[in-house]
Design a protein around this ligand. Structure first.
Ligand SMILES: Nc1ncnc2c1ncn2[C@@H]1O[C@@H]2COP(=O)(O)O[C@H]2[C@H]1O
Length: 251
């Protein structure tokens, strides 16, 4: 599977390793989330994007969506489809594409041929897109959030988005069956467990608790969404725990 991690940080910083916030590109035409990593794409690359899957409405996952859509003006004759939970779509309509923060691109340049089309998704309702079979599943975050299971003919990639550990998350991951690569967040270090729980994120110990609940271990674990203020401590926690030695910390 051709996965280009354009950004995967849990925040912003001057660290050269920080490529921006969450945005993954699968092949040439599909994005998962539209955080500030999206701005790594050239204009030509942006104009090839046809579909965007959104996990949730938080700023670090949508911040580059408005500017990306504005770049398509005069350069497309079909709308970009933004696939998200109905709750996420409502938030974007109310709070972003409201003519005050940004124009309503579902109506522009004309209501008949707009730049943006919202497509509502539902957990466990699978669909085919850009050659992939995609299944959204509920995770446990502070706003309605889905992770995505993505399959092609060769592999099964799962992005569990922003989430904390919960029975629901473990049940959902088990329901997905065999996973080749699990991309799972770890926003806070273990000494910030309280903040992690309050803001519904993970620490290394909570990721381990999640993995302990799985009937079958994923072949690869990719760790994502480190909060820049805690980057060093999280990496230290992971490095010094033998149970985490096989994790790949992104970027
Ligand atoms: N209770 C909290 N304490 C500290 N930071 C928080 C709290 N709730 C939310 N945040 C921060 O606000 C951010 C909103 O986006 P995230 O959920 O990625 O991560 C969240 C945390 O970084």
């Amino acid at each position: 599977m051709d996965i280009d991690i354009l950004g995967c940080s849990g925040g912003i910083s001057g660290n050269v390793r920080n490529m921006g916030t969450t945005c993954l590109r699968l092949g040439e035409h599909l994005l998962i989330d539209a955080g500030s990593g999206l701005s790594k794409l050239t204009l030509d690359e942006q104009r090839k994007i046809e579909d965007v899957l959104l996990t949730h409405s938080h700023m670090d996952h949508i911040s580059d969506l408005p500017g990306f859509l504005a770049n398509l003006f005069d350069h497309t004759d079909k709308p970009v489809r933004v696939h998200a939970l109905p709750e996420t779509i409502e938030i974007l309509k109310d709070c972003v594409f409201n003519y005050q923060v940004w124009p309503d691109f579902t109506q522009l340049p004309t209501p008949q041929a707009p730049i943006l089309e919202f497509v509502a998704i539902q957990p466990w309702r699978s669909f085919k897109l850009q050659g992939y079979e995609i299944t959204p599943f509920f995770v446990e975050h502070s706003v309605p959030t889905v992770g995505f299971s993505i399959k092609d003919s060769k592999s099964h990639f799962v992005f569990s988005a922003d989430t904390t550990v919960s029975e629901t998350l473990i049940d959902e991951l088990n329901r997905l069956g065999h996973i080749d690569t699990l991309m799972i967040e770890c926003a806070f270090p273990d000494n910030k467990l309280d903040i992690a729980r309050q803001s519904k994120h993970m620490t290394p110990a909570l990721v381990l608790e999640t993995l302990d609940g799985l009937a079958e271990q994923p072949k690869k674990i990719w760790i994502t969404h480190l909060k820049p203020a805690y980057d060093k401590q999280i990496r230290h926690d992971i490095r010094h725990n033998p149970d985490c030695h096989h994790w790949r910390v992104l970027p």
